[in-house]
Ligand binder design. Sequence first.
Ligand SMILES: [Zn+2]
Length: 150
Amino acid sequence: MRKKLSRQFIDILARLKMKDCVFCRIVKKELPCYEIYEDKDFLAFLDIRPLNPGHTLVIPKKHYRWVWDVRNIKNYAAVVRKVANAIRKAMKTEWVISLVIGEAVPHAHIWLVPRYKNDGHPAGWLDMNNVKKLSEKEMRNIAGKIKKFL
Ligand SMILES: [Zn+2]
């Protein structure tokens, strides 16, 4: 009985966590985003704390805690590649950093951060505090520009 109850409690907690998950809420359109790409399994949108203009997140629509839990990882990689190449063309840079950290939001996500000359980040790495201030209009324009190359 006690075991059953604790199991139920864990299930409820998991469901509550997913309900609060920011990315799940974006997938459900409960929260807005600067959308770049969407298909039945994946979604890409601009990070609202961009380390550079064009900083994009690619997520599975289904809630997975870690990128390495995503089942159809081949399809995930194909979407990431497609979006990264669109960013390269739209933002006129060859160099797009992809990063998997997984701490900020507990929903699998891959970062795509385009790099530019004199963008304030150290060579070969990103300064996580170097967040660019972009207006809503600039964010909308960037999203629109990247979408054109998909
Ligand atoms: Zn989620």
